[in-house]
Design a protein around this ligand. Structure first.
Ligand code: ARG
Length: 465
């Protein structure tokens, strides 16, 4: 048991209480942020004349030594310390003696842990943005290659109108682009430094909070010391944005699972990104996509858990807030591996253009275009809708496509039909005539693709200006 307090206690802490209270098993992840934060704090104390230059140098050397030893594996972070802050301080005193006891001057573990978490989450936000950027680069490439790959577009999972693969993937491009903009928002809002807030009410030492904020790369210090130690909004915002990313990945996974099935056959997953069955030799399963879809639940769980933990807390710090860590750490690990693997899976997946196109040809995806043709020949849309519907019914009964009807058969329903109906409802025409902004027609799509390319070029993953 190594803890930072004990003066006012006459008994040892019960062992089970100690273990229940300790956070070292999970907050050891924060060792680098904890040491960097301490270094900035000590530099500021010396600058303000609270510590001497010599004391500052000694402490900095000691902290650097701890960081190096943890990183090269010669110093293990073990459970005999209550938390990462106790570990660092006890080690420091062990290395440099009594001067190490001055490290915590003008600081509380409350502002210390608030700082550590902010720095950790801030870095994670950048990592997430970088991974989203990588995924967008892959989507951009596939879009550019498939501007004329026809496929059915669905509503209610029923074939609706023909689109292209580029257009379909373009929808996911937009989702992940929004996810990146959420990362940027969160980053800017959270980039304020809580160090110097003390336990809750600041300190009586003349701390220079702007200086530590600057040393640690923050835009400036937080404004209210009670809020500084009790704010975990940025954790919640980040978990919420991670949940949305998982929701997007999960929807996309669901489509890939469908597309990879024998019934659709739109894609084939690369062998390196699929798995086999222990009993059925013919199987090649989309386990990665299924796992991404499945893991979405635990990220939502982390968000719900954190919201629930925070909802009843009076100001300022309460120990409940120690529960901010495990959920977010797990969510970060989950989203990081899901984004990486998903990107690898999509970039190696083969698209079966023939199957997509054949599927777009049947299922009457050009029934709207039959109606639009009639409208262009003076028939009111509601009547045109009815005529096209009756033709579909006839085709279903005779097991054929609209394109297979003879001109006489078309004309039995309406005199407005002419020889040019075939050209008007060919798949190529159906897609190419859709030129409104955001539609799948080639010209509209080319413009969208040029814009998304420019966006990727001007934004670097993990960098926010
Ligand atoms: N392990 C604690 C946490 O994660 C550190 C802060 C402890 N502060 C305190 N007043 N007990 O929240």
């Amino acid at each position: 048991m190594a803890q930072l307090w004990g003066g006012r206690f006459t008994k040892q802490t019960d062992q089970e209480v100690y273990e229940f209270n300790a956070s070292i098993l999970f907050d050891k992840r924060l060792y680098r942020q904890d040491i960097e934060g301490s270094m900035a704090h000590v530099k500021m104390l010396a600058r303000q004349g609270i510590l001497t230059r010599e004391e500052c140098e000694k402490i900095l050397d000691g902290l650097e030594g701890i960081l190096g030893d943890v990183e090269n594996g010669t110093l293990a972070i073990t459970p005999e310390y209550e938390d990462i802050h106790s570990f660092v301080e006890a080690n420091l005193i062990g290395r440099i003696g009594d001067v190490g006891k001055k490290l915590h001057t003008g600081r509380s573990r409350n502002d210390q842990v608030a700082l550590d978490m902010r720095m950790y989450v801030r870095e994670a936000v950048r990592t997430t943005d970088g991974l989203l950027h990588d995924l967008l680069v892959v989507l951009q490439r596939i879009m550019e290659e498939n501007i004329d790959t026809f496929m059915p577009g669905f509503t209610h999972l029923q074939k609706a109108q023909p689109v292209t693969l580029a257009h379909h993937l373009g929808a996911y491009f937009e989702m992940f682009r929004r996810d990146r903009s959420r990362m940027k928002d969160i980053y800017h809002r959270m980039n304020e430094c809580p160090l110097g807030a003390g336990a809750l009410a600041g300190t009586t030492y003349p701390l220079d909070r702007a200086y530590t904020a600057q040393l640690l790369g923050f835009d400036g210090p937080t404004r209210n010391s009670m809020d500084s130690v009790s704010d975990r909004d940025y954790v919640i915002e980040y978990l919420s944005a991670l949940s949305v990313i998982m929701m997007h990945l999960s929807r996309f996974s669901e489509e890939i699972i469908l597309w990879n099935s024998n019934e659709y056959g739109f894609v084939e997953l690369d062998d390196a990104f699929s798995t086999g069955s222990s009993i059925m030799p013919q199987k090649k399963n989309p386990d990665i996509a299924e796992l991404v879809r499945g893991k979405t639940g635990r990220v939502y769980g982390a968000l719900t858990g954190m919201l629930t933990t925070m909802k009843g807390l009076p100001l300022a710090y309460n120990k409940d807030m120690q529960e901010d860590k495990e959920g977010v750490f797990d969510a970060i690990d989950t989203v990081t591996s899901c984004l990486r693997l998903f990107t690898g899976m999509v970039s190696t997946m083969k698209f079966n253009r023939g199957a997509m196109e054949a599927s777009a040809r049947n299922g009457f995806t050009n029934a709207t275009d039959v109606a639009d043709y009639l409208v262009n020949h003076g028939v009111p849309f509601r009547d045109a809708h009815g005529i096209s519907g009756r033709l579909v019914l006839k085709c279903i009964a005779e097991d054929k496509a609209l394109d297979d009807l003879t001109l006489e058969e078309f004309r039995e329903e309406s005199e407005a039909f002419g020889e040019d109906i075939y050209e008007a409802i060919s798949m190529k025409t159906c897609v190419e005539k859709r030129l409104t902004q955001g539609a799948p027609g080639q010209e509209a799509m080319r413009r969208a693709i040029a814009e998304s390319r420019a966006y990727l070029e001007r934004t670097q993953g993990g960098k926010f200006d």
